[in-house]
Structures are given as structure tokens and as C-alpha cells.
Design a protein around this ligand. Structure first.
Ligand code: 4AZ
Length: 381
């Protein structure tokens, strides 16, 4: 009898594990099955040479063993690559099929849907200080400006929100930055260390960054250069071609009305901005900050003649813990329940950097969610 119970329990357990549900590294719900029953991932082993990003993806897909056979959370491989999307809804902007004109994709007309945005495969590492891991925050973008000397200078940040649009600050697109630095001409995606061509960390190397020229930039109409409170400091950059989603290039989710952010709530800011050493960081950095009381923040900034509005968020306020010059346009982010990331704010301004009691000011993404959607849908033509 005892033996029968044991066998019964084992059978149930076996059936349970034989096909348990799981979530793929790209955040797609799926089943944990034998590698040999998953043609998508099995096909990856045919790649020669096997890229390190694919190896990592396969490792992340593993969800156990069946004897000596690995089980995988079966789904599309790493990059939801362009070949699989070519059969999807596709319409052309022009009557011709010329190679010089990129097709316009309907899915570029909206931010990335909730089921596919905000997937950061990272999260199983111990971080050294504030340096991010190679594959952390794969939606981070660096904005490049052509200087009067003809060089490209990377000075602002942004986030990829679908294959064609980067969200940033209005002051990174228009106004003083253009006069003082130059015209925004390029966006770099999948970057980690701006000093090296191929970025490696712990024996893993990232794909080279994707450098995509800027087709158009749309600062919010309400933004006025020189306005002390920097209201409506938000803008969109349209890329001249679609970014390719890879392990190192992914879109972030956008906060909406449901994203509640109380005082003290834990958020992150990331970028390549100025550090305590005084110059911009060559490596992507991150910083954990608390949301700062909005009413206290309003009172503080009022003393400087800046009337903050509803659509702004304050975060930080601790000594030497802040975003700074060069981080502008980059995201304030939070990890949602379920592990995906959404952008809740855009780095806008502050009273210097890292002054005790002086939080940084961020444009609220939730407050401009409708503006982002309508701007994308009307410009993706
Ligand atoms: C800037 O100049 C800047 N401490 C960005 C953020 C902050 C200050 C300055 C917040 O881009």
C-alpha cells in the first residue's frame, strides 16, 4: 500500500514536471519541455560560430533536466528577429518598393505592448557598485550630437520604446543643447562602454552597438527653453530605420495611470552622465533612489523660483546620490510585479547634482502616456 502511494505521488510529480508552465527569457508564457521537442531552440545549435548571446539565452531558457536532456522554456530564440516579422502586418509608405525607403510597420505606431516590453534578462548577478551588467537595461539609448568640429558627442540618454522611437527629454532635442553642443544626429543602442568597440564582461561579449541616424525629433510643444520649471520636458526621437531587437537591445514598458508611485518607493536611474569624478562615465551606470515627497520638493524648488507642476516627479535627495549632467533624457525606472521594467520618469533637471535634500526632477511618463501614443501614431507615416 505504502509503495502504491509512493508510485502514485511520483506519477503525479512526473506529470507535473513533464510539462510545467514557465516564462521564456523574453517574457513569453510557455511550457517547460525537452529541448528535442523545441525546434526553435534546437535550431540555435546549428549556428556556427555559436554567438555568446545565444549561449546565454539558451542557458536562461533551461528549466531543468529530463535524464541527461535539458528541458527548456520553449519560445522564440533571443532576438525576435526581423525574419519572423516580415510576414506580419506590413504596409509601405510609398507606392514603390524601393530599397531606399523603409517600410512603415503598424506596430511602430504604438509603444511596445505590455507582454513584450521591459524584459531585462539580467537579474541573476551580484553587481559591483553602481556599474550595470553588460545586458542590464537593454532599452538604454545614447544620443549623439554633431559638434561644430564635426565630431559626434554623446551627451543625453533615452529609452527605446519600440523599434522606431526613443523617448527622451525635450531639452535633449531642442534649445540650448543645439546652440551649445550641436544638432542631434544619431542614436546608439546596445551600448555599454563607449570606449571599447566590443564590450565584454565576465567572459561574455555583447554584440556591437546599433548606431542609427535620427530621422526626426519631436519635443513636446509645451516645452520652452529657459523655462525655470522645465515643464513638458519630454520628447520623441524617430530613428531612420528599425532597431533590431537582440539580447542587448530591447524596448522598455511605459508607465501609465495604473503605475502608483508613493513616497520612498524604490526606483532606478541609469546613464552615462557625470560622476563624482567630474567627467561623464564611459560605462553605463545605475543608481537606486527613493521617490521624494512631492510637496516638499515643490517647496524646495519654489525657493529657487521654479514652480513644479503635477506632471513632474522628484526622486533622490541624498548626498552624492543623483543623476547629473549627461544623464538627461534617460529613464527613472521601476521593476514591476512579475519582474518586467517600466520607465516612470525622464531625467529633466535639478539644483546641481547630489546635494543633500535636493532631489532630482523627472518628467512623469504616466502623465504623458497619451501624448507619447498620439505623437508616435501620427508621425509613423
Ligand atoms: C543635467 O544637466 C542634469 N541632479 C540632469 C539631472 C540633474 C542635474 C543636471 C539632477 O543634465
Amino acid at each position: 500500500m505504502k509503495c502504491q502511494i509512493v508510485i502514485f505521488v511520483l506519477t503525479i510529480t512526473w506529470n507535473y514536471f513533464a510539462s510545467s508552465s514557465c516564462v521564456t527569457p523574453l517574457g513569453v508564457p510557455s511550457q517547460c519541455i525537452s529541448l528535442y521537442d523545441c525546434p526553435q531552440l534546437l535550431a540555435a545549435f546549428e549556428l556556427r560560430p555559436l554567438p555568446s548571446s545565444v549561449v546565454r539565452f539558451l542557458k536562461q531558457s533551461q528549466c531543468g533536466f529530463e535524464g541527461y536532456t535539458p528541458r527548456v522554456c520553449c519560445g522564440p530564440l533571443g532576438a525576435r528577429d526581423e525574419t519572423s516579422t516580415t510576414t506580419q502586418r506590413q504596409r509601405l509608405t510609398t507606392e514603390s518598393n524601393s530599397n531606399t525607403v523603409d517600410p512603415v510597420y503598424d506596430e511602430d505606431s504604438t509603444p511596445e505592448p505590455r507582454n513584450t516590453c521591459g524584459v531585462d534578462n539580467n537579474g541573476d548577478r551580484i553587481y559591483g557598485g553602481q556599474i550595470t551588467d553588460l545586458d542590464e537595461f537593454p532599452w538604454m539609448a545614447l544620443l549623439g550630437y554633431r559638434t561644430s568640429r564635426g565630431k559626434i558627442s554623446y551627451q543625453c540618454g533615452g529609452v527605446l520604446i519600440n523599434r522606431r522611437y526613443v523617448l527622451t527629454a525635450a531639452h535633449c532635442i531642442t534649445g540650448a543643447i543645439e546652440r551649445e553642443l550641436g544638432h542631434l544626429v544619431t542614436v546608439r543602442l546596445g551600448e555599454y562602454d563607449i570606449q571599447t568597440d566590443v564590450d565584454c564582461s565576465d567572459g561574455e561579449c555583447a554584440d556591437p552597438p546599433q548606431e542609427i541616424s535620427v530621422e526626426a525629433a519631436y519635443p513636446h510643444h509645451g516645452y520652452k527653453d529657459g523655462n525655470k520649471n522645465r515643464r513638458d520636458d519630454i520628447g520623441l526621437v524617430r530613428l531612420s530605420r528599425r532597431a533590431k531587437y537582440t539580447y542587448y537591445v530591447q524596448p522598455v514598458c511605459l508607465a501609465d495611470g495604473n503605475s502608483r508611485l508613493g513616497d520612498g518607493y524604490d526606483v532606478y536611474v541609469a546613464g552615462w552622465g557625470k560622476t563624482l569624478e567630474g567627467s561623464n562615465s564611459p560605462i553605463k551606470l545605475k543608481l537606486n533612489l527613493p521617490i521624494f515627497s512631492k510637496s516638499e520638493c515643490v517647496d524646495k524648488y519654489r525657493t529657487l523660483g521654479a514652480e513644479l507642476v503635477e506632471k513632474q516627479i522628484c526622486a533622490g535627495g541624498a548626498n552624492k546620490q543623483d543623476a547629473c549632467r549627461g544623464d538627461s533624457g534617460g529613464p527613472l525606472m521601476r521593476k514591476m510585479r512579475g519582474g518586467k521594467w517600466e520607465s516612470v520618469g525622464v531625467v529633466s533637471f535639478g539644483y546641481g547634482c547630489g546635494r543633500e535634500g535636493w532631489p532630482g526632477v523627472y518628467t512623469s511618463v504616466a502623465a504623458y502616456n497619451d501624448w507619447i501614443r498620439s505623437t508616435i501614431s501620427s508621425t509613423n507615416v
